[in-house]
Design a protein around this ligand. Sequence first.
Ligand SMILES: NC(=O)c1ccc[n+]([C@@H]2O[C@H](COP(=O)([O-])OP(=O)(O)OC[C@H]3O[C@@H](n4cnc5c(N)ncnc54)[C@H](O)[C@@H]3O)[C@@H](O)[C@H]2O)c1
Length: 421
Amino acid sequence: MTSASLQNSVITDISLAGEGHLKIDWVEAHMPVLNRIRKQFEAEQPFAGLKVTICLHLEAKTAYLAKVVQAGGAEVTITGSNPLSTQDDVCAALVEDGVTVFAKYNPDPSEFKALQIKALETKPDLIIDDGGDLVTLLESERPDLAATIRGGAEETTTGIIRLKALAKEGNLKFPMVAVNDAYCKYLFDNRYGTGQSAFDGIIRTTNLVIAGKTVVVVGYGWCGKGVAMRAKGLGANVIVTEVDAIKAVEAHMDGFHVMPMVEAAKQGDFFITVTGNKAVISGEHFDVMKDGAVLSNAGHFDVEVSKPAMLERSSSVRTVRRNIEEYTFKDGRKMYLIAEGRLVNLAAADGHPAEIMDTTFALQALGLKYVNDHYNELQATVVNVPYEIDEQVARFKLESLGIGIDTLSEEQIKYLDSWNA
Ligand SMILES: NC(=O)c1ccc[n+]([C@@H]2O[C@H](COP(=O)([O-])OP(=O)(O)OC[C@H]3O[C@@H](n4cnc5c(N)ncnc54)[C@H](O)[C@@H]3O)[C@@H](O)[C@H]2O)c1
């Protein structure tokens, strides 16, 4: 541990570090692509002398990404992107590894924001953001801290929507690489990662059976497709609700029931929102829900299930298990909300599997290197991950799996390039 990282950090308890190191060692052993990039970074030192501030769900996989960026020569500061997804033992281990950490499990909203601001006050050259938290703070509260920033990388769908809106107003101050929009991100992380880990959170929190139940998946984007696929695999009857006609047809062709939310609300035992939108389950839906319905959200913010509408209808709210709140409605029905409606896979479980975050964080590491190598040429806007980087991550992944693929012959290349061959 460096005394500077301990002195500067704000965490819950440094004595928890032992457990945190074990968690980080476990994910490191299951992230071969990132291990390879770490070796490359150790040799090339792409971030030598630079400060990097990371704002992500602060659990073991993220901690390992921080260590990979650090191995590339950066002085790394990290903060959490959700009050309930920060793991205190992982924070302590990172401090021992020389990373400055501003994060605690479940701080109150003002402390949560204060910790993020502290992470920006280190005046970073580069940032990694999730849901646009850091960029939003810079824009709305501390524009003075944006001056040193060359650029950064954004993790998720919701963040990219926000960054694009900011860029459209001409207010994004530096280039941000849209990691979420790379193939090796959304095809695997949003779909298979969210699909598996959302159920990990629901099952470990409720200890209830999924088979034979009706699961309502709200939103059939990349995350929704994964959640619906896994619900089907667990033996549920799956209903999908959508607002996009094309996605609704896709859900129908994939074998799911599709209907408006107000109809689905009457039938669901479990509800999982994955829209990136607000109040997708709200008053009129609660009014027709079955007694005992279990509600959860895997979208980025805790606004998808309308808590104000639940409270309005409730005579009492109590915690009945860790991460489950029981809302007793005035008409006697009980509704159960997991993890306060925050991302169920991160607030009530450990997030995506390590092998999934291996490719996502490989894109983060290489995306950050890309923005640093090219920040002088890039516009202050949302930038795609170059296809070569996306493909390189896929090739590293295949190699780590021991899977070979074919290559095009010269004759095939010519054939595919011609119109009359
Ligand atoms: N839990 C996780 O670990 C995790 C991982 C990746 C992304 N996310 C987050 O999950 C959310 C969804 O991400 P995505 O990549 O699937 O986005 P997406 O844009 O691919 O899909 C969102 C879908 O929701 C639909 N939708 C919007 N409003 C709706 C409404 N009122 N009712 C029904 N459907 C509605 C849209 O039409 C779209 O098809 C985002 O907030 C994203 O940041 C979470």
